[in-house]
Design a protein around this ligand. Sequence first.
Ligand SMILES: [Zn+2]
Ligand SMILES: [Zn+2]
Length: 267
Amino acid sequence: MDWFEIIAINEHLFVIRERLDKIEPKFRTKYTNMYLLIGEKQAALIDTGAGVYPIRPLVEKLIKKLPLLVFNTHHHFDHIGGNSEFEEIHIHKLDYPPIAKPVDVGFLKDSPFAEVYEKHNYRLPMASTAIPLQGGEIFDLGGITLTVFHAPGHTPGSIVLYTSEGEVFTGDTVHFGAFYYPSKFYPEDYTEMLQELYDEVEHFMEKGRLFPAHEDYNLPLDVIQELIFELDVFSMNKAEGQFDEFLNSYVFQKTNFTLIIPSENFE
Ligand SMILES: [Zn+2]
Ligand SMILES: [Zn+2]
């Protein structure tokens, strides 16, 4: 089965990618990246994908008999679609309510994979247990630790996770490509949060690398600063954007980022 692409970054980190554009090109996003960390005592899976094919078998092949912790960077369907394959997942407490019951994916009716979702009546089944996070937790995987940073913005309960080795998993909080802002977007709040994130991981210096949930991965920490800059110079002028009906948003093409800002921010 070659739906997932698996790339080894180093001896303890794998990227597992799937093509979001093949599920629904209207999201303007080519790749979703999930990550698998393998410690000496346990493993951690960061995000479970869109749920079109099972991810658990390939994860089990890679981790062998190690116990597995599963994390969702936030509640959006492309990050939680495989949750029901696992008994237990971790998600920030503020992003738990949207996944407390099966998640509505009615917007995928035109997808080539619609029949996969139709089987569940366009409701993604969920894991039976969700463990709430609040930020600040440190998980010991054996030889590597994984720290949770609360990064409200893209969603209220978005999290960034980072290892003791300087690998920073930014979810949808920082990534190149189509970048989705929350409804009622407050640029100052977002850049303040990004600056706090930068301060938190800056001590890793060159060793620090970003592993976002979409598009390019293994990026320098300075990409956080690049995004802060883009937001600082961004003028909320919808005349400069292009309206996208499917996303009900205005789209602003920048160099590395395409800013997608919901219409209601302009009301
Ligand atoms: Zn998202
Ligand atoms: Zn996403």
